[in-house]
Design a protein around this ligand. Structure first.
Ligand SMILES: Nc1ncnc2c1ncn2[C@@H]1O[C@H](COP(=O)(O)OP(=O)(O)O)[C@@H](O)[C@H]1O
Ligand SMILES: [Mg+2]
Length: 274
């Protein structure tokens, strides 16, 4: 497929993107969010709604800007243009203290788990509590153990990250993401690099956290088995925009050419090979 052929494919508009009044949304709303690095445009007028209580999965090829999108939400990266609302509050203009408050509502599972190598798992999980709350050591330890047990890692408290398998590291990262009792969890490739059985255990955990903690989540992945299992809705990011949003049933049936090519994992199609 040549670049010229890309533009000949008629791409249907994305459904379910009703952004009439994003400020009234109870979840997360993005409108026209753009982000470039130098001359490289990554997000290009991105619109998205995440309803309170749902798990929205974002799929898309490597390098499309999925991690950049998540980081923009909590302003680990600053959007160049557009607006982002959380619970109807516009976050792009928040000052330092309000921004810190917003970040406390979010748990972030980073792509590589991002644990501190020299700290035990328990210390990693308790770090945010130590930095942000005036709690006793015992209380911090109890809360960290609680979170580790929620992710099935109760026996790993005193281990160092280097002593854990890939799946255990992800679970430890997840324990750390939930330690502040967030209302929102952002998962960046939670199953990438894991074997199918460990991946499924992580999927079960994502479902469990949604069920037991009532969190609203965004899961970035290119693992379609995971997307189908954990997602209430699935959105596809391509060329800086959300080009499709639909339920799992919708996406399985869709004839949208970009989505079909992606979920079937075909090299031939409008997405091209590189
Ligand atoms: N901090 C940064 N500085 C410069 N370029 C970046 C930065 N973060 C991401 N990028 C670029 O933005 C693009 C999208 O990256 P990313 O969001 O990580 O993709 P994905 O998560 O979809 O694989 C890539 O080309 C990447 O190199
Ligand atoms: Mg990424």
């Amino acid at each position: 497929m040549t670049p010229q052929q890309h533009s000949t494919v008629a791409i249907p508009p994305p459904p379910n993107l009703k952004l009439d009044d994003p400020a009234s949304q109870r979840g997360i709303a993005l409108q026209g969010v753009s982000k470039a690095f130098g001359s490289k445009v990554v997000l290009d007028g991105c619109d998205l709604l995440v309803n309170k209580g749902e798990t929205l999965v974002i799929i898309g090829r490597s390098g499309e800007g999925k991690s950049v999108l998540l980081k923009n939400l909590v302003r680990l990266l600053e959007p160049d243009a557009g607006q982002i609302w959380v619970e109807g509050k516009e976050v792009t203009g928040l000052e330092h203290d309000e921004l810190m408050g917003l970040r406390k509502q979010f748990g972030f599972l980073f792509q590589g788990a991002a644990l501190f190598d020299s700290m035990t798992i328990c210390q990693n999980v308790g770090l945010m509590l130590m930095e942000h709350l005036d709690w006793s050591k015992e209380r911090i330890l109890t809360r960290a153990c609680e979170c580790l047990s929620l992710v099935g890692l109760e026996d790993a408290n005193d281990k160092l990250p280097s002593e854990l398998s890939g799946g255990m590291k992800k679970r430890a990262g997840l324990a750390r993401a939930i330690v502040m009792e967030p209302e929102y969890i952002l998962y960046d490739e939670p199953t990438t690099g894991l074997d199918p059985i460990t991946s499924d255990a992580i999927n079960d955990l994502i479902l469990k956290l949604q069920r037991e903690l009532g969190v609203t989540s965004i899961v970035v992945t290119h693992d379609m088995a995971s997307a189908f299992k954990v997602g209430n809705r699935i959105a596809m990011l391509s060329k800086g925009r959300i080009v499709y949003v639909g339920s799992v049933e919708d996406i399985k049936r869709t004839s949208h050419p970009l989505v079909r090519q992606f979920i079937e994992g075909r090299a031939d199609g409008p997405l091209g090979v590189f």
